[in-house]
Design a protein around this ligand. Structure first.
Ligand code: PGA
Ligand code: ZN
Length: 423
């Protein structure tokens, strides 16, 4: 059972306050650090911020920490719930105590921190790895696993990159590798090649919040040319594919940008020209019609981030409207581990895929690595193969691959079938 819980304010990878939590059980102390995104979609669970503008520009999380220490801790420890078997009940208890629809009263950041740490405590109590624990919580096999394709964001644009490119992320996806570890190697080699191409061409390379390069290019075609050149320079032509997250919400309603029809046309041109397999948030967060129109049929994976906000009601609406066919899974948008598992199940049962994502404001925690393997999502993004808070996820995944080999547990690399890895 849980003996004590303590939350404190730490910093995330962008220097913004975030909740860090220690949960003590009879087995050990387990951590629950919470990431934080830049994207301000309107449909997600609410991160509680202090709002006192004289401290951290209003971004403090001392209220969320106080809610853990004064409201959630006593109720959870008194409940006697055991993380080894009761994770869902622990999550439900917190949701009841919060009482709001969007977790805004106690804070999704307070609730998620406990949920993550409790999952870790549960795994330890059962004597299994976290990915095994999460697989069994989701009803997935624990005697064979699928290793995912790492979609690494190596070239940034958008709000946080400081360059004129409106599209937020350009990712490389080594679908032709034979293992996760080889995929990481290929991506890192391509990232190095990209850096040197940008340095040669522009004198120097800048970097965005996710560790990817930012070059002074204004048009997505220029970005794609750079990626194609880097893949070729690293010797992986034909074996590394490309993904794009324009994060359209961030530029959609601004003046002088393309409308939905023009954007659709631009995407089709880019898809014809480059080996793109993945497109996230191509249209604004409420532009259901533009999504539905583009998705009939769409030869690349069409993924919803801000459109869905990892919210099951919005997933159902998207299924009805045939708006897309893949759900981006950000655990801190939905606010508990069991709700994240349920969201993936909802997506799968609609015939969709699920894609686990880091946030641009991250911590050096690796929870999502285990989550991705446990839920068999077949692909994940965690930024570039650079910066501690990004590579810690990829490093954990290489350890998981090793661990599975050592234990002689059956394992396959998702490769080209990253969209159907859960089958
Ligand atoms: P976020 O960005 O950190 O704002 O969530 C990542 C994304 O848009 O996928
Ligand atoms: Zn996104």
């Amino acid at each position: 059972a849980i003996q004590s819980i303590r939350a404190s304010q730490h910093l995330d990878s962008r220097g913004k306050p975030t909740v860090q939590l220690d949960l003590k059980s009879s087995h050990d102390i387990f951590r629950g650090p919470v990431p934080s995104g830049a994207s301000k979609g309107d449909y997600k669970a609410v991160e509680l911020r202090d709002g006192d503008m004289s401290v951290f520009h209003g971004n403090g999380v001392t209220k969320a920490c106080g809610n853990v220490n004064r409201v959630l801790r006593p109720k959870i420890t008194e409940s006697g719930l055991d993380p080894a078997h009761d994770l869902k009940k622990i999550d439900e208890l917190m949701i009841r105590l919060d009482g709001s629809a969007d977790k805004s009263k106690l804070g999704a950041n307070a609730i998620l921190a406990i949920s993550m740490a409790a999952a870790r405590a549960g795994a330890a109590a059962r004597g299994v790895q976290l990915y095994e624990f999460l697989a069994s919580e989701g009803g997935y096999p624990t005697n064979e696993y699928v290793m995912l394709v790492p979609f690494m964001n190596v070239l940034h644009g958008g709000d946080h990159s400081g360059n004129p490119m409106a599209f937020q992320e350009f990712m490389i996806a080594p679908t032709g590798a034979s293992s996760f570890t080889e995929a990481v190697q290929w991506n890192a080699e391509t990232y190095m090649a990209l850096k040197s191409i940008i340095q040669e061409k522009y004198g120097k390379a800048a970097f965005g919040d996710g560790g990817g390069c930012a070059a002074p290019i204004g048009h997505p075609e220029g970005a794609l040319d750079l990626l194609v050149a880097a893949i070729a320079k690293a010797g992986h032509e034909g074996k590394i594919k490309i993904g794009i997250d324009p994060a359209s919400r961030s530029f959609f309603n601004k003046p002088n940008v393309l409308d939905a029809a023009q954007l659709g046309k631009l995407y089709r041109q880019l898809l014809d020209k480059c080996p793109i397999v993945f497109l996230e948030d191509p249209f604004g967060q409420d532009d259901w019609d533009a999504f539905s129109k583009f998705n009939q049929p769409c030869k690349v994976e069409l993924v919803g981030d801000d459109l869905l906000a990892t919210n099951i009601n919005r997933v159902r609406k998207a299924v009805q409207k045939n708006a897309l066919h893949s759900m981006l899974l950000k655990v801190n948008q939905i606010g508990t581990v069991t709700a994240a598992i349920a969201a993936a199940q909802e997506a799968y049962s609609a015939g969709w895929s699920a894609f686990v994502s880091h946030r641009l404001g991250e911590t050096t925690d690796d929870f999502i690595a285990d989550l991705t393997v446990g839920l068999r999502t077949g692909h994940l993004k965690s930024g570039a193969p650079a910066r501690g808070e990004r590579v810690v996820k990829y490093n954990r995944l290489m350890d998981i691959e090793d661990d599975l080999h050592l234990r002689k547990i059956s394992i396959r690399y998702a490769g080209e079938s990253f969209r159907s890895a859960h089958h």
